[in-house]
Design a protein around this ligand. Structure first.
Ligand SMILES: O=C(O)C1=C[C@@H](OP(=O)(O)O)[C@@H](O)[C@H](O)C1
Ligand SMILES: C=C(OP(=O)(O)O)C(=O)O
Length: 429
């Protein structure tokens, strides 16, 4: 196994041009594929999760011209269904561990023609999808489980997608609602969606609705309890669309600015960003960091940090960055309401607790929360990353805080940020 040893970093300062947002890249690709007209996306993320979506679209017959060196793609829209298989053969789509490919494609492929199998990495087979399938079946969707009930791999036989009223459980992942919303224009009738349970990760629904609007489809949002998509709407290409920088990726550099002196400026995410993870900067400010907001950039500077107690359900990905930043704050930090950390790339509550303890922190792991109490002297450890890009990225912050650290399997950052460690090194001295 590859290991990366990070020596203590004295000072961090500089400018970071963020790679494109994963959430926006994969949504925009799928919407462009279902649109009427040709769409050029700029600043598209080039990472494993996006490659899985791109490969799936290619297999489905969607034409595009992808120029990775320019981060630009032109997608020829199919004006409706992306399930247009001519042959009776089953088409298998391998989606790695990309939730933003698996969930939206599962919904979109239920309408149209063809027979599909959706599968992925072993961990993908442990990530629940039952709430989405339960919501789709009353619409006439033919989806079956191939192995474990409620989990991928799945078979889908595309056909007609009715409309009407459905319920969807949003208490584990917002991606299920995102998937149904994006497929809604493929329904024959109005679609009324009622939420069961407390919808988690709400800002991701805002991204979905904003992106659908850019492609010409209006979603009525009644206080995140009910959503309506009226029939007769179809996706229309906006022509050009620029993917903003990834706000979750920004979190590591903002934290680095706070821990390593700064100033660190992240370009591509700011006040005007569509992504809820921009609010990570508020959490960091609550810890004492100096944060400066601009429309499309954020600047972080160091200051003595203190522990916080915060519900982080709205920023589940960036919240991991708070957990390691907390090692350098005075007093404990409590990250609350993050149960679904357990069903992401790994069980992130368990993984975080185990690895933080290795470096000497006192950690309380609850069912849906974690409390990190820093210690006066940390120690070197080899951090297991569990094939979770965010474990690798947030534990690198130990070096910024002045504690050397070894990151096991650093290449797992390829899921969303293949050159993360180079970028961190660029601003370190
Ligand atoms: O819709 C999205 O783009 C995402 C939603 C979130 O998942 P949950 O809704 O499962 O929390 C987030 O963790 C994931 O990285 C991306
Ligand atoms: C949870 C994540 O990914 P996914 O889109 O696969 O759910 C993540 O990137 O932290």
């Amino acid at each position: 196994m590859k290991q990366l040893i990070l020596d203590p970093i004295n000072h961090v300062e500089g400018e970071i041009r963020l790679p494109g947002s994963k959430s926006i890249s994969n949504r925009a690709l799928l919407l462009a594929a279902m649109s009427q007209g040709t769409t050029t996306l700029t600043n598209l993320l080039d990472s494993d999760d996006i490659r899985h979506m791109l490969n799936a679209l290619k297999q489905l017959g969607v034409e595009y011209d992808w120029q990775p060196e320019l981060r630009q793609i032109t997608v020829v829209g199919q004006a409706g269904h992306i399930a247009q298989a001519e042959s009776a053969e089953v088409m298998e789509l391998y989606l790695g561990n990309a939730g933003t490919a698996m969930r939206p494609l599962c919904a979109a492929l239920t309408a149209g023609k063809g027979h599909f199998v959706l599968t992925g990495e072993p961990r993908m087979k442990e990530r629940p999808i039952g709430h989405l399938v339960d919501a789709l079946r009353p619409l006439g969707a033919k989806v079956e489980y191939l192995e474990q009930e409620g989990y991928p791999p799945l078979t889908i036989e595309a056909g007609k997608l009715l409309g009407g009223s459905i319920k969807i459980d949003g208490s584990i992942s917002s991606q299920f609602l995102t998937a149904v919303l994006m497929a809604a224009p493929l329904c024959q009738d109005d679609l009324h969606i009622e939420m069961i349970g407390d919808l988690v990760s709400k800002p991701y629904i805002d991204i979905t609705i904003a992106l659908m609007a850019r492609f010409g489809v209006v979603v009525e949002n009644q206080d995140y309890q009910r959503f309506v998509v009226r029939k007769g709407q179809a996706y229309l290409s906006p022509g050009q669309f620029m993917v903003e920088g990834d706000a979750s990726s920004a979190s590591y550099f903002l934290a680095a600015g706070a821990l390593g002196g700064g100033p660190v400026t992240v370009h591509g995410v700011g006040r005007a960003s569509l992504q809820g993870d921009k609010y990570f900067a508020d959490a960091l400010a609550a810890m004492g960091a100096q944060i400066e907001w601009h429309d499309d950039k954020i600047v972080a500077r160091g200051a003595p940090l203190k522990g916080i107690d915060m519900d982080m359900n709205h920023i589940p990905d960036a919240a991991m960055t708070i957990a390691t930043t907390a090692l350098f704050a005075s007093g404990p930090t409590r990250i609350r309401n993050v149960y679904n950390w357990r069903v992401k790339e790994t069980d992130r509550l368990a993984a975080m607790a185990t690895e933080l303890r290795k470096v000497g922190a006192t950690v309380e792991e609850g069912e849906d929360y974690i409390v990190v109490t820093p210690v006066a002297s940390l120690r070197h450890a080899a951090i297991d990353t569990y094939n979770d890009h965010r474990m690798a990225m947030c534990f690198a912050l130990l070096a910024v805080g002045g504690q050397s650290v070894t990151i096991n399997d650093p290449d797992c950052t390829a899921k969303t940020f293949p050159d993360y460690f180079e970028k961190l090194q660029d601003i370190s001295s």
